[in-house]
Design a protein around this ligand. Sequence first.
Ligand code: A3P
Length: 342
Amino acid sequence: LRWADPQRLATLYFNSAHREERQAPLWLSPCADPRHREIWAGPKDLCARLPSLLIVGPQKTGSTALHTFLSLHPQLLPSIKHPRTFEEVQFFTDPNYAKGLLHYYSYFNYTREFTVNFTVDPGARPIYFEKSANYFDQARVPGRVKALLPSARIVAILMDPAQRAYSWYQHQLAHGDPAATNYSFYQVITSDDAAPREVRQLRHRCLRPGRYANILKRWFRQYRPRSVYLVDGDQLRNSPAQTVHRLQRWLGLKPQVDYTQLLLYNKRKGFYCYRPVLSDLTVERRPRCLGKGKGRRYPAIDEASLAYLRTYYRHDNAQLYKLLRRHSYKPPGWLLALQNGG
Ligand code: A3P
């Protein structure tokens, strides 16, 4: 057995096989190997609490709705809300990633307010999960997730990328983003490199996450397709109970909750709302809808923008269709319609 002081060991580590980690660390799972579990000096329940299900987005596809609906299931335990920002965990993106494992663990280190005494299989264990919609298209994220959560299940939502881009623009407009306020959607998406920086940035955030094929390939390099579930964004919006039923079957959840009792269409909102499950496991009568930032009302996308985006995404969509077919996924309805010339 050879010994070196920690500093020398670190130098050896970063100078040899792990040069790429000099710029940015890569947190590996201390749970995969029993020897690592044994020498892990942190909280003993870390391995039981790290999430095994991630909703990765992308933004504006209904990720909050899916997260909220899944949180109604007794076997699925969501990350806690950030005490200050109430925002998503976003651990695998920078700068949070550098905060380390215990930071991530803190989002799952809680006691549920009520005992789950559903007729859950004695063997059924809680499944911790989180949703961070910006994971989807960040290049480094799939590798980071795989390193820490090698057997996680990944859920992504695919909706028409043109509509997704427009929804993001509307989101920024509602938040008073100067680029969205001063430039029309068409001006933003058709802007070139001569445009002001904030317009280019908005263009990027509108367009990039919708290039699904390239982005999914990055996930498939890390996870086999059988660990990646793709939700059709339109189905999630229009028939959420059926969508969540399929997902809970894929996850093998017990019990299989009847979501038709929990999700009700609200005419005023124009979207499905949910009936919260109370601490005594009864269901609240009055449905709650997602906040006013989800399911906004705005004019339909203009024809010129839609035509531009149809051309912009044509190749990506064709690639997506092939990719999904190759991996035996059923393409979402909007993609089938586009491929059939709709
Ligand atoms: P719009 O507000 O543009 O309509 P995310 O949570 O990923 O940011 O997605 C927000 C989008 O979720 C909304 O975009 C809305 O279309 C969609 N959505 C789907 N089901 C919803 C629901 N039940 N309630 C509210 N929004 C829903």
